[in-house]
Design a protein around this ligand. Structure first.
Ligand code: FBP
Length: 538
């Protein structure tokens, strides 16, 4: 970042100094200490023999006399999430507190930087420019997975050449699976580099009984919440449009649910519920059309419809269609043109699925046939589900109700916003604690913090053995260790709150209008947390 890219707000915001948990006050008086060992399945034990003796790690009072400098590498992996730069700042400040000659090495453009040995040392001045800013532009990010033998060997060469004491992988479920694989590999090769994962993703699906929230979710939802609220206000002012708003979140509907709680839209589809109730696409269209008809009778030809990005994969028959398309593309994909792909689909699909496929507009058919992501999955962010629903609802309504729809997709808008106080503080503390895990010699752990709905001074840091999160899953014909994505819990408090209120929201226009994220002002506003976290920890 150059002086030209600064602005007055940025100068002011950089001064924000996150509160750190009290326990992180005096480094010489605390030690990361291993406790109970969690259960790990026998299949995982076989794959991770060297990582087995790991117990949960907590910070205990004790005397630490660490006398030598640390060299720690850090990499951003996967999609951007607000707060990443504060993980770097927290890590940097902490290892400098441990020893003034310590260094942070930033790997460039994601895991590729480790494999290709592309990195640079991050200096104090440069880090200062990025404190409390969004994005991952300090060092960039990428989606390469380090999993093949050759990639692991290259990663080992890089960390050895740099004599890294620690390697910090900031990522989601896939990246933290890679962190576990790398930690095990380094142990097997007797390398001393400690590997620590940091839970990141705006999608909010890296959570479970141990991880309360991934960073980035809070800010992204606040950014989307503000804009959806603005659109809702436009809708009730003009009273002429239905706004169909698709929100990011590759699989789970946590973002859509959080925004529903914030804004109280006319209707929010939750993919997990649709799958549980085995709704067909036609059933979804019927429900939408029925509501639009009902509102029309009350003179309301407008509304806000929120759609999670992953919806189509959760509708059972479309999921079947997509699996078949995945197979077809894996077999013929590389070489075939779009027209050829469409032709192959018509030839090789059972007629029921071919009929559904043929009922989609050409644009959607093409999007469903785009190349898959590096994991072989359809790129849901590139499929205009919001447009598909508008198209099908229009056909269904057949001019019965006055229906003029506008489509929106919010995703990238929220991934690089200035982190909220919550994310800025959370990330800084994660960075600091990560440095202590490395200082005290732990590897194969995720840096975690609990009690996140309390004041940050009371937050509790702990190390979670990454193997605890792993189980085996069939991926492209082979059983691989993966971290399960956490879907919306239909029995959980956030979804329950939503279901108790949604009928009222559907008919009575109960919209709320969240403000832009506030960085200055009363603490109950600047330090607010997501409604999901609030309800979950009530
Ligand atoms: P991560 O899981 O890597 O954090 O990324 C999440 C996400 O933002 C999804 O919501 C979205 O589907 C996807 O990334 C988009 O990927 P890309 O940035 O490659 O377009």
């Amino acid at each position: 970042m150059t002086m030209e890219t600064q602005n007055d707000f940025l100068k002011e915001r950089r001064k924000f100094s996150p509160i750190t948990p009290e326990i992180l006050g005096d480094f010489s008086a605390v030690l990361c200490t291993q406790g109970n060992k969690p259960e790990v399945s026998s299949e995982i034990k076989k794959l991770f023999p060297k990582s087995l003796n790991q117990g949960f790690v907590s910070l205990q009072k004790g005397h630490c006399n660490h006398l030598y400098p640390l060299t720690v590498g850090i990499v951003f992996s996967g999609g951007q999430a607000p707060g990443g730069h504060n993980v770097v700042s927290g890590l940097f400040d902490a290892i400098k507190r441990i020893h003034l000659d310590s260094k942070v090495i930033g790997f460039l453009q994601g895991p590729d930087g480790i494999i290709k040995g592309e990195y640079r040392e991050l200096e104090k001045q440069e880090i200062a420019m990025y404190r409390n800013t969004g994005g991952f532009d300090l060092i960039g990010s990428g989606r390469t997975k380090i999993e093949t033998k050759e990639q692991l060997e290259r990663a080992a060469i890089t960390v050895k050449a740099l004599a890294l004491d620690g390697l910090v992988i900031v990522g989601g479920d896939d990246s933290n699976t890679n962190a576990a694989i790398l930690a095990e590999y380094f142990l097997q090769k007797s390398l001393t580099t400690k590997v620590i994962g940091v839970p990141k993703t705006i999608d909010g699906d890296l959570k479970n009984e141990y991880i309360e929230s991934s960073f980035g979710f809070d800010t992204a939802c606040k950014v989307y919440g503000e804009v959806i609220g603005n659109i809702a206000r436009d809708a009730i002012s003009a009273k002429k449009y239905y706004h169909f708003i698709k929100l990011m979140g590759r699989s789970a509907s946590h973002i859509a649910l959080e925004c529903a709680l914030q804004v109280q839209p006319t209707l929010t589809l939750i993919s997990e519920e649709i799958r549980e109730k085995k709704y067909t696409l036609q059933r979804v269209i019927d429900e939408l059309s029925r509501l639009i008809d009902q509102r029309a009778k009350a003179g309301k030809n407008y509304g806000i419809i929120v759609i999670p990005e992953g919806l189509i994969e959760f509708i059972p028959e479309i999921n079947e269609l997509i699996s078949l398309l995945n197979q077809i593309i894996a077999k013929h994909g590389g070489q075939a043109s779009l027209e050829e792909r469409i032709e192959i689909v018509h030839r090789s699909m059972p007629s029921s699925l071919a009929t559904i496929f043929a009922s989609f507009p050409k644009e959607i058919q093409s999007q469903l046939l785009l190349d898959r992501d590096p994991h072989g999955n359809v790129q849901v962010s590139k499929i205009a589900t919001e447009k598909l629903l508008i198209h099908l609802v229009s056909l269904q309504l057949q001019n019965r109700a006055k229906f003029v729809a506008v489509d929106h997709f919010f995703g990238y808008e929220g991934r690089c916003g200035y982190p909220s106080n919550f994310d800025a503080t959370y990330c800084y503390a994660l960075g600091v604690f990560t440095a202590l895990l490395i200082r005290d010699g732990f590897t194969g752990y995720m840096s975690c913090i609990k009690n996140l709905s309390q004041d940050p001074s009371q937050w509790e840091c702990f190390g979670l053995p990454l193997t605890t999160l792993l189980h085996l899953e069939e991926r492209h014909g082979t059983r691989k260790p993966v971290i399960q994505k956490a879907l919306v819990d239909l029995k959980g408090a956030p979804f329950q709150h939503f279901t108790q209120n949604r009928e009222k929201w559907a008919l009575e226009d109960c919209f709320k209008f969240p403000s832009p994220i506030q960085f200055f002002g009363p603490s109950f506003i600047t330090n607010s947390i997501s409604l999901t976290l609030k309800l979950e920890q009530k």
